[in-house]
Design a protein. Sequence first.
Lengths: 358, 358, 342, 342
Amino acid sequence: MPRTRIYEAATERLEILDPEGRADERLLPAQLSEADWVALYRNMVLIRHFDEKALNLQRQGRMGTWGSLRGQEAAQAGLAMALEAEDWVVPSFREHGLLLLRGVPGHLVYAFWKGDERGGALPEEARCLPPSIPVGSQLLHAVGAGLALRLRGERGVAVGLAGDGASSEGDFHEALNFAGVFRPRTVFYIQNNQWAISVPFSRQTAARSIAQKAHAYGIPGLQADGNDVFACYAAAREALDRARAGEGATLVEALTYRMGNHTTADDAQKYRPAEELAHWAARDPILRMRRFLEARGLWDEERETAWAEEVRGRVEGEVEALEAMEPQDPASIFDFMYGNLPWNLAEQKAALMKELGR
Amino acid sequence: MPRTRIYEAATERLEILDPEGRADERLLPAQLSEADWVALYRNMVLIRHFDEKALNLQRQGRMGTWGSLRGQEAAQAGLAMALEAEDWVVPSFREHGLLLLRGVPGHLVYAFWKGDERGGALPEEARCLPPSIPVGSQLLHAVGAGLALRLRGERGVAVGLAGDGASSEGDFHEALNFAGVFRPRTVFYIQNNQWAISVPFSRQTAARSIAQKAHAYGIPGLQADGNDVFACYAAAREALDRARAGEGATLVEALTYRMGNHTTADDAQKYRPAEELAHWAARDPILRMRRFLEARGLWDEERETAWAEEVRGRVEGEVEALEAMEPQDPASIFDFMYGNLPWNLAEQKAALMKELGR
Amino acid sequence: MTAARTAASPLHPVNEPAERLTLAQALNQALRQEMERDERVLLLGEDVGKDGGVFRVSEGLLDAFGPDRVMDTPLAESGIVGMSVGLAALGFRPVAEIQFMGFLYPALNQLFAHVARYRNRSRGRFHLPLVVRMPYGGGIHPPEHHSESYEALLVHTPGLKVVVPSTPRDAKGLLTAAIQDEDPVVFLEPKRIYRAFREEVPSAPFTEPLGKARVHREGKDVTLVAWGSMVRTALEAHEALERQGVSAEVVDLRTLNPLDLDTLLASAEKTGRVVVVHEAPRTAGFGAELAALLQERALLHLLAPVKRVTGFDTVFPYPLLEHHYLPSPERVAAEALETLSY
Amino acid sequence: MTAARTAASPLHPVNEPAERLTLAQALNQALRQEMERDERVLLLGEDVGKDGGVFRVSEGLLDAFGPDRVMDTPLAESGIVGMSVGLAALGFRPVAEIQFMGFLYPALNQLFAHVARYRNRSRGRFHLPLVVRMPYGGGIHPPEHHSESYEALLVHTPGLKVVVPSTPRDAKGLLTAAIQDEDPVVFLEPKRIYRAFREEVPSAPFTEPLGKARVHREGKDVTLVAWGSMVRTALEAHEALERQGVSAEVVDLRTLNPLDLDTLLASAEKTGRVVVVHEAPRTAGFGAELAALLQERALLHLLAPVKRVTGFDTVFPYPLLEHHYLPSPERVAAEALETLSY
Ligand SMILES: Cc1ncc(C[n+]2csc(CCOP(=O)(O)OP(=O)(O)O)c2C)c(N)n1
Ligand SMILES: Cc1ncc(C[n+]2csc(CCOP(=O)(O)OP(=O)(O)O)c2C)c(N)n1
Ligand SMILES: [Mg+2]
Ligand SMILES: [Mg+2]
């Protein structure tokens, strides 16, 4: 039956650096210097160590539930490098690396996940909204933030982060659809780590990619190799530039892999084939970047040792800062519900203080 | 920057009968006889009259809020013809025509919108879930119903209906995504009448069509000229056949036009240009079908008059049946909340009965 | 019968310019004046622009302020509230409209998981000066889902303020205060009385404080507590009771959270008898909280149990039966008389 | 201290085969046995399949019943409940899991606008025999949104039943009854005690009736009313009070809707003093309804106001402060003693 085509479009994937550390030099983002390349690598090593430390702390009972970002270092470091100071970050719950690179003190990130509300008071300069745990819902905040930036004529862009699982929530849809209609300065940056707890991406949706979902909203979509820090940088940069130029929102998918358990409360061995993990370990984002730098004489064992040493020291410092925090005042439970303390909260606060003998 | 294509999207539109009533005979659905053609026309006339009558009743204070389906007769009659007895219908609030053609007594449809709960008890054979007013939410029920049919190995298909506005709701997304994953025997049939109250389709989404949204879910999507009863039939039939064959769900968009006000509580003159209405009046689905039949000698003024007479009589009969209904027992307010009446409802019911002197 | 106890807002003396407005018009005026005063105030929602809102509350505002400040949104309530969060976090003061309270449900995740918690989650780094306003309650004979009133759910959620005007004057003053408030306010508009009557409303901007009840009638025998359209019902019950020689005090809570406990307790202690009137289902409705508080703090003053005259624990009936559901003045008066003979 | 007043279900005599199970294991057994008994019973939710649920409540069921009966869904709560509506309308008996009550919000539209209303909307043509089960409440030191308990919202919504077990044995009997019930049941599982202790649970299938409270301890001085994990707290308070010579009755509501008003009233009339304990914020919590009912129906028996020992009207604190928030046995005992000196 003859029909007319009313829509034709394609979704693309961007790859620059392969697992062996080989890159076609012509594809390397022109905006990045050799020093930037090294910084990207260092940043990835830093956030991996920061993450490993948290897992250690958790095993020792010094940390709460922690969701490891292992495997997603390129996705977060690439984006972080593409961001400018005036941009806003609207994180989900696995963006520890991004937050750190954005200038959030590590001990605050740790504090949040240790179970201390003060870890939600991120420094103003970081321009981060607080981490959002209800999956997917924060993408709408990124639309509102991006719209605020557009309405005020500011240069900044709001980047909303979420995972592959989040793409199934209604709010994902509403956010992307609103973004198509209101053209906020927003980038949706989805780290598809191929698992949502125990549910593999193939059971999350029958679509072959997250990026192609952009066709539903009249906005561009693009997939990057999420274990390739150059591809992540380039895809983020392209989307940020577009938003900054007032051309609307973009959906970026960084196709990566969650190498750890979902959180410290999870055991992925229950549901994940060991071969799959091995397959992705060979595609580790840090490994390939090290190979790349070493092949160019920009990195070697000595520098590795020195940087590892420095990173250890910095992370240790954050742990010390964490553990040196004064215990939180129980009265603070009441103090941030409203600008003023209403009578019922005042009564309840007084009762608690009395119980605590204060 | 060289990139690889990971997805190619194309969406098609189906047109068979043009506004002048011309059809390429080779495109006419092979499953339909001349008698079916005439039935399609008669059905459209019937439901238009049924709709007009409701508007009249409303003006006279004999009906509650009524959402006119004027302009959408082809979309509903085409689908109705494609359905089989074993299929299920999951309607939204503007499917009066479809319900009628599905065998729901007109006086029940009227009763529902007059404000009588008994209008929600649709006859079992109609296989209709009750009309759903919260926009978009019913599509998930169609997924569940279609999954039930698949799990039981039944031949029936569940058809979920919604409008263009509904495509913005999170539930639309969740329904289509679940359908991709669970492959229920479900068809999504979206009547895009280009308005959601005062919001035109162009402000509802930046996507060019509803049909292309299927690319987000790994299911096929197809647009039909929603004022062309053959195209609507053919698109619905194709989707139903696919579901019946166990090949999963399809998104069908019938691109039509809401010729009336949103409901009797609305005044579209406030927001809709008169030219637009005139443009679409020339594309009236009934008009073109009449031209088609007349050109083939299958219809004429005499038959028109006779059928109008019959339709008037039938609709009048429904009004009589409506107005002959016993007033609803106020006690019924309590009787369908649970299988058994819990003590609080029993008390409240007794109090009302006492107040009413019963 | 005595005049209302809460004086006119001190900024606006009694002889100021005023017009007789309906509640819907008063809300429209508040929106317009706040948008004039503060360019951070934005309106968004389904059909709020060209259509002026299905109840015409935002009539004329698109023309006055343009599409960047009055935004017709796609049909998605979670989107409306969720986008408002981002706008407010970055310094705007969005006023989001939900078309009917029955369609707020899809936005409850944004409202409960984010709006109510943002100040706490960020330990005060961010707070959300936003208003989510919507028509609520019954009495207009609409289809299913257009008559809901589940204010109790909102009051049970810490971090929100909940405001319900019952007169045009209060509607303007309270909405103005809600927009100026630094915390999120859910503003429930009794659609039944959008146009039911007119009242003198000061023409200049003014605020009515959130958290203060209004005593519409002073009385000594029994206290009728209500909010929204049930205040009219209570006032009519007051008349009926007066004809029978019973002096009923009518307290209009106006703000459900924070609650004006002082006014409530003072009245209960004076009369010793309280009837709470609300449209929502009885069980776990806000009337329960009021009864709980009263027995907790005024048990020895209570001469009879606190009565609740409420909707039934059922779906709100469709138009033909809804009058049986809604508390009527007669029902309120009858229950009040019962407490008198306890 | 006296034995529980509600006898073992008559079908299952005391010397029947039984095992010592945790609450989570008992739930698992109920699911398994119902799925064996009735092939219309389906399980669906996030991570309920291969993972067996994040709390392992559905452990082993995917292997036993296959992927058509135990369905890992995409991450979308409205989808889970909405799809269940269609399944139930066409004759299945879905048991949907929401991973934590804090993530039920996105499904409230389906739950409130459809699940609770389907029987009424179709005047009985359709009804929805479905269960929506989820872990709720605090005490496990998780991140934000994992400790919520807003049962009051569910109880305020006519058309739902709301069930909360507090022991392994009841968990099995009540979940079995919920699955067999013809109406939609929200089944709240106190995650804090999923594995806190074991109890003898009959090995054969059995039901505990919905709508019946259980008196765990008989007493004469004061009644402690609780549900879910707060029953443990109340039992510990009972011990503490006993040491001080106070005889406290402990009533476990088990079903919040329909409520076992008779048992509640009987206890209140006996002791004259009632303390309601719940984790949820105080204002407009379900404790308010209980207080309202008691003052309404037993005012002259009350020797003191009904007390509420509850969570604060705040966000549930993060792990390091959560112990301040949750009602402790000490707090309950202290408040009980206060009612004794009223
Ligand atoms: C609305 C909601 N539902 C469920 C959860 C529980 N939960 C936490 S993380 C998670 C999986 C998220 O998967 P994805 O979006 O892919 O992010 P990832 O964990 O892989 O980073 C789930 C189900 C939640 N936090 N929020
Ligand atoms: C969840 C929800 N939000 C808002 C409404 C109010 N409302 C009723 S119909 C409608 C427009 C629907 O537009 P569309 O989906 O295109 O269907 P149409 O009316 O054109 O048939 C709106 C906003 C509703 N019924 N449900
Ligand atoms: Mg993931
Ligand atoms: Mg439409």
